[in-house]
Ligand binder design. Sequence first.
Ligand SMILES: [Zn+2]
Length: 483
Amino acid sequence: MKWSTFGKCIVAISWMLLLLLPGCQKQGTEPNGETERQLVILYTNDEHGWMEAMETTGGAAGMLGLWKEDEGYTEDDPYLVLSGGDMWTGPAVSTLFKGESMVEVMNTMGYDAAAIGNHEFDFQVSGLYDRLDQAAFPFLSANIREKSTGNIPDFAQPYVIEEANGIQVGLIGLTTTSTPTSAFPDYVADYDFIPYSEALTEVVPQVRAAGAELLMVVGHINRYDMQALASTAAGLGIAIIGGGHDHRRVAEMRDGVALIEGGGEMKSYGKVELTFDTEADTLISLTLGTYNNIGGDPDAEVASIVSYWTDQISSDVIGYVNESISRYSPLMHNMVTDAWLAAFPEADISATNRGGFRADIPAGEITPGTIVGVLPFENFIVELEISGSQLVSYIQQSYPVVGGMTTIDGYFHTDGTPLAADSSYSVLVTDYMWSVSDSLQQYDPEPLHTNVHWRDPVIDWIRAQNTTTANPLDDYLDPVARQ
Ligand SMILES: [Zn+2]
């Protein structure tokens, strides 16, 4: 327990002393004077549904355990738990349930507020509303405007005031202005994402008028954006900017403003500890850092929620196939690459590495777990813009399986017309393929990270065929070799 006086105070509480509790709290939480109050902010971002514990990280249950053990976290004062957004879209346990499982986990962990990230739009605005209805905490953004009215849309709350340890903390949300290109464009076509400084200049007086003493931005904005915004924030009296989107660990001071970002995928978290004078409305002290999510004793309640949702996947029958599908067959290769193109209709070509197929689909019922066995790696789809000649060169080097084209006696579109060497093609590959290929990195140094797991379009496609013993998946597969 870092707050020694606070800790002693807790230890001192027995039911016999309950009547003295208010006095005890006062003494314990005001070490340096009548109006000086302490606050601990625990901060994550880009959680992307990574609730499950992995070999090198404790997942959501381990994170909460760690907070309780190392940070002395309880849902009471003086703690605030905040998310910088992109809460869902990641592994199947989150994505298959459109974020519902992750919001249940975050409710249980006691999150107080979250920024709206670009991936909060992945299941369309209706999907965002579903999660908002479920969440026990507000989704914040002050810089989204309806194109038709100029108003902040109903799903976005520009700010919230949370009282923590007697401090009125004004939390103001921001959403990356890259959202129109980093979310599915159609899903956000009705909205403008206005500049951060413009939004803050507009909303900060409102937050102050509503009674906030200490101001913090909870932003789905990257490190560069946080740094660029710091001087404006300082001028507006904002003490802390929380970030997200680039999955970085950030703990630095810029123009007197604390910048904090917790990494991503629940592998780490950020922490800001401060003492605030509620009379003078000034910070007395502030420290910040980021920490690994390793070694926490898993919280039992969160662990049971995570198990519930992972069990849902294994009992969830998504289809039926009469004959097993070999991992080496055109049936399998075409199904995967075609499913990607079905999920990204704007893309021209899909390509994935043969080594990624690790199991056959056995005859009988298919579950998401079956597909996890076929494609076990945690790869995500990225979209490249490369020329026809670059595409051909990559195929010749790496010999991936392909969709949207064939490579027999030349390089052709599915309709038989030849690929054009000079044309630009939108090509889906995995982030893994891109990261291990110097050529692909050179052809497109900045691919679009869809954050869609490479398995998910396959699961979605199989499910959409509504196959049964009478109407098996076999009838929907393309057996024609493309290479
Ligand atoms: Zn993001």
